[in-house]
Design a protein around this ligand. Structure first.
Ligand SMILES: [Zn+2]
Length: 95
């Protein structure tokens, strides 16, 4: 599982490029080599959404089970969600 490549010329995208695309609602990525647009696969969007919900649910549930403090649970969930954002460029695939 590495960083995705351009579907046209197979050049590996930089992490920063994908992260920016990802943060701005899956904006298409323009390849720096061939200048063609790459759009995020619909299945990738579903996978990212599913993983985010699954991870937040698991972390939230575990945190509440360990110490039933809503504020600390919310903080832990926000930190986990933020960390997940940094991993997302390795998960998304383009078409
Ligand atoms: Zn390209």
């Amino acid at each position: 599982m590495g960083l995705p490549k351009c579907v046209h010329c197979h050049t590996k995208f930089r992490w920063k490029l994908i992260f920016h695309s990802f943060v701005f609602a899956y904006h298409p990525v323009k390849c720096e080599n061939c200048l063609k647009e790459n759009k995020v696969k619909l299945s990738s969007r579903f996978l990212v959404a599913f993983l985010l919900v699954f991870i937040l649910y698991t972390v939230g549930f575990s945190s509440m089970a360990l110490s039933p403090d809503l504020m600390s649970t919310l903080i832990i969930m926000m930190i986990t969600g933020g960390l997940f954002l940094f991993v997302c460029p390795f998960i998304v695939r383009y078409r």
